[in-house]
Each structure stands twice: as structure tokens, then as C-alpha cells.
Write a protein of this length. Sequence first.
Length: 385
Amino acid sequence: MMSSIALPAGLRDQFGTEAESKDQISAWLMKNLRNRGYRRIITPIVERRDLFAEFNMQSEQYRVIDPAGDELVLRPDLTLPVARFLATTSVKLPQKIYYLGERFQAAPELSGGQNEQTQAGIELIGYGSLKAEMEGVILMHQLNHHLLDNQLTIELGHARLVDTILNALKLDEELQQQLAQALYHKNFPAYEKLLRQVDAPQTMPFLRKWPWLFGTLAEVNDMLAEVKVPKPARRLLDQLKTVAEFAGELADQQVIVDLSSAVPQKYYTGIVMKGYVEKTTSAYLISGGRYNRLLANFQSQLEPAVGLGINIDALAEAAALKPVKKQPVFVYAPFELLGQAAALVEKHGNYSLALADSLQEASQQAQTAGAKLVVLDAEKGMKEC
């Protein structure tokens, strides 16, 4: 019988401290964003499969058949539903939007990864300035300072940098794709072997150094001083440096740049932002960037946009949380004094009724819960036990 009700592979229950840590982080983050003028959006957990079909979500999806026979999926991404909402409603832009919800993506087999994740995030829709990227960096820094004991590293890249440089070389499509994959995966031997097929004498000094252009902004600038950056990439690199310099000015913030950063999703078009800490099992706690062409898939008008997704499960695993709750107090009272007990419970936020019919049982429940026990007695009044 037990095997028939066991959870499917890749899913798990969360209980007690683990679940409460996620609540604490989510509550802090949601309040922070509301106070900063963001507006909440809640989208359905199921969407039409076609919404995600064009974007190659890189994993198997949970499929659902609705009562009408249409094929739906449990959403593998929370940005695309926001784009769908904006394209099908009359909400005026620009908008600063935030969300919190579950996403479902099948983890690689035998990886130990979870198929369901709680994700929070922001979407800055209609903002074309680099200040939108800087707003994302500020949020990452706040998470770092308030929850991660300044252990978060912000990694910055540019979604178009690799394709822009490789396109300028006029290579055949297969070689270009192989070079890009070798760069993204930092496969130095494969990259050097593929580079022998490239005939670009003027660009070759940069191409040879390219896979190593990763580190602090100062380190990358030192390496770039020795080579000439291909002309088509200079404007993109300037954007990346501007955001990196801003991030580096924030107190206690570690920042690195990567000139061959892999793109989280194909709809990204500009600065890519990722955040990680060394001690977590997840690759990235935070991931996002600019996606100026996303809404073009749903409507004719292009809208600039920047978004960040925050893995709440990974953040809870890494967070240096400080206890915020008071010790609970259980109030035990006979039935004729429950009105007085209710008044105490309503007055004190950490009080609740002792749900026992005997004082001995109430004492045991309080001990198990780590709670104090207050007893109401018709003759002796109120006392602590």
C-alpha cells in the first residue's frame, strides 16, 4: 500500500525548520519588494504547452490533460507566464512586477536534483536603461547582506557577446556552435583544437585569450589590455563593465565577470546576472538578465525588460537566518475559563490554546513543542508551569 502513495521521483515534502526557513525568506523578500513599489502577480500553475514550446526549456515537462482534452504543462518557467499576461491584457507599461510560486523542471536522472522548486522573482518591463540591471544588482546585494552573511558572488556576463564575436568571423554554422559550446563549458582543450580551423589573423590574439577572460573586473581589464577586443563586441563589453563597476562599489560585494558566460534561456538579449555561494549544492541561487525581445513572441511591439529569478529552496539552504519567533506559550484552561484563555491568546501573538483535556497532557504537549505552559484556574488565577 505504501508504495502506491509514495511521492514520485524528484519530488519531496518539506516540513518544520526547512519549510519555515522558506516562509521566513519569502515573507522578507515579498515585503521588501512591496515597499519598493513592485506589484504582485500570481499566475496559474498550469499553462498551455505552446507557451513554452518555442523556447526549448531544456528538460522534460510535467504534462496535464484538462477536462476539455487540451494538453497543458506544469509551468517550467515563471517569466513566460508574465509575458503572456502582459500580451493578453491592457496593463500599462512600464511595470515593476514580483512573483512567488512553484516551477517544475525535471532534474537530470540520478543527479539528486529536485523537479519542483519554489521561485521568487522580479520583472522590470518597459525599462530600457542599464539602471534596470543595476536595480537587479541592488536586490542581489540586499539578499547577500540580509540573508547570506555577504557570501554571495555576483557573476555578470552578456548574452550576445559570444554570438556577436563568432558571427563576425563568418564561420560555418556547425563550427560556430561547437566553439560556442566549448566556451560556455570552459572546455579549453576542445576550444583550442577547434580554433585551428579559424582563419582570423587580426582577431586571433583575442580568440586565444578569450576562454580565460573570467574573474574580477580588474583581472579581466588587465588581460584585455594585452589584446584588441573585436569591434562588434566593444559596445556590449562597455555595458558589461558599467554594471560590473557599479556592483563592485556596493559594500562587501564580491563580483566577477565572464566574457563567455552561458545564457540561462534563449530569450536573453543583454546583461546576464547570476548569484552563487560556495557552500550550497545548487549551481546558482539567483539567475536573470535582460530579455528585450521576449514580448515579441506574443505581440508586435517590442518592450525592453530585465528579470531575476530567485531559487528560494537554494537560498534557504545557504541563508544565515536569525531566529525571529518568540517562544510559544500554551494556555491551559477548563472549559468554563476558555473565554479568558481566548482573550490572552488574542492579546499575545505567541500564545495559543493548549489542546488537551488534562493538565498532564497539556504539560507533555508544551514540552514537546518547546513552549511555556500557562494555566488558568478558577480559584488560583493564572500561573506558569
